[in-house]
Design a binder for this molecule. Structure first.
Ligand code: IMP
Length: 419
């Protein structure tokens, strides 16, 4: 294996956790490069479920370096709880590394997010309420608190003062300095052993010829630049985010893999052309257990969208696709796949850059026969029902990329390498 990026090709929740866990066997390090505890990457091992919010999904493999890059926004309370939880379940957390330059999510970020969502009213984003947007806002506004600041009383005092003053003037929030200062210095002490220059660490690993896997959170359509703005997260979950979110050059990346579900889901608000309202949407939600692993919210379900896939291939430069949850479609008589959009009297095959157009697009579907067989026990690609193979071929043709891996169930072993 080489230096590989894994990104979500849809609106997140594509099942990346399980794929990272599988690929982690073959690499030396797994690196998160963006997002924060809004992510919930699920790995199921012998019916035991692990949900990772901040720690890279490779942590279940002993000896693999798990790195949280500078592009991640870190809620130290969540990170410490995650470390403690893993330890209590017998998992070693010795090889964890946290960038000294990553920004900190503070409790007031959640409060600001609550106020902002309230103010948006009908136009709310439907965020995960983890303080992600306001933490990235502070980073860009150059008043953010970084991981290294938790180790220096003087710097933290000064930065907290600036931020608390700002909160008072702009939001009318009166927060005491003293409690926050002691609490966050204590988090610094707890995390100290993990804090390092992760850009240098990754650079050195690569120089030694080690293999590194970059773990994207969320998905292409949630990218703050390339997603369905403003219904997006506040980071760059697309492949380009790796360079800035880790501190490596683009020439160091060998391969980009996209993970897509065999249908599409979305949590939160925002346009979703292939959304299915009604009985089939309910079937997908129930069979696919489509409830957010971070918030528990039900996910909206829809047919596979070829326009979105082509877009993800283009924006990320995808080399290959990994398709998950094919088994969820096993019981359907007919399966639709969106091949283009209709906008007024035009047929659009490429994802429009204007939200106004995108919001008014109607999907153009091709209907395929369902295979009506249990694929969850299939272990070799040649044993897949031929109608399922036809469906996979159609997806490959729409995206212009081959499907490399296929997931047919939640367990570690429910994966097929496609020929
Ligand atoms: P935020 O990232 O909490 O600010 O939420 C912004 C949007 O991104 C909302 O629509 C969320 O539902 C969505 N979102 C954030 N993280 C995830 C994720 O890990 N999976 C799916 N959707 C997400």
């Amino acid at each position: 294996m080489s230096n590989t990026v894994i990104v979500g090709a849809q609106w997140g929740d594509e099942g990346k956790g399980k794929i990272i866990d599988f690929l982690a066997k073959k690499v030396d390090a797994v690196v998160r490069f963006q997002g924060g505890s809004n992510a919930g990457h699920t790995v199921v091992v012998n019916n035991e479920k692990f949900i990772f919010h901040l720690i890279p999904s490779g942590i279940l493999h002993p000896g693999k370096k798990c790195i949280i890059g500078n592009g991640v926004v870190v809620d130290p309370k969540v990170l410490i709880a995650e470390i403690e939880d893993l330890k209590s379940r017998g998992i070693k957390v010795d090889d964890l590394y946290l960038s000294s330059q990553a920004h900190i999510v503070m409790p007031y970020h959640m409060e600001i997010e609550r106020l902002e969502e309230e103010q948006r009213g009908e136009g709310k984003i439907g965020t995960t309420k983890r303080g992600i947007g306001p933490a990235y806002t502070d980073k860009i506004a150059r008043r953010g608190i970084r991981v290294a600041d938790l180790l220096e009383r003087e710097t933290l005092t000064q930065k907290l003062k600036i931020n608390l003053e700002f909160l008072k003037n702009f939001y009318g929030l009166n927060l005491p300095l003293k409690n926050a200062l002691e609490e966050y210095l204590q988090y610094g002490r707890k995390l100290k052993r993990y804090i390092t220059d992760t850009s240098m660490l990754v650079y050195e690993l690569m120089r030694e010829g080690k293999n590194v896997l970059f773990e994207g959170a969320q998905g292409t359509l949630l990218d703050v630049d390339h997603g369905t703005y403003p219904y997006v997260t506040s980071s760059n979950p697309t492949a380009g985010g790796v360079c800035t979110g880790v501190g490596i050059g683009p020439t160091r990346i060998d391969k980009v893999l996209g993970v897509a579900k065999a249908y599409v889901t979305r949590v939160g608000e925002g346009p979703f052309p292939t959304e299915i309202k009604g009985e089939i949407g309910e079937i997908l939600k129930n069979r696919g257990k489509e409830y957010g692993s971070t918030t528990g919210r039900p996910r909206r379900c829809g047919w596979f969208d070829g326009v979105v896939l082509r877009y993800a291939v283009r924006i990320n430069g995808l080399d290959e696709l990994i398709l998950t949850k094919l088994d969820v479609l096993d019981t359907l008589d007919k399966i639709k796949i969106c091949v283009a959009y209709k906008y007024k009297h035009q047929v659009i095959r490429e994802f429009p850059s204007q939200p106004r157009i995108w919001q008014e697009c109607e999907p153009i579907y091709e209907e395929m026969e369902g295979w009506k067989e249990d694929t969850s026990k299939v272990t070799r690609s040649k044993d897949l029902p031929w109608k399922a193979k036809k469906y996979l071929k159609k997806i490959e043709d729409e995206g212009g990329v081959p499907i490399h891996l296929l997931s047919v169930g939640p367990q570690r072993g429910d994966l097929l390498v496609l020929d």
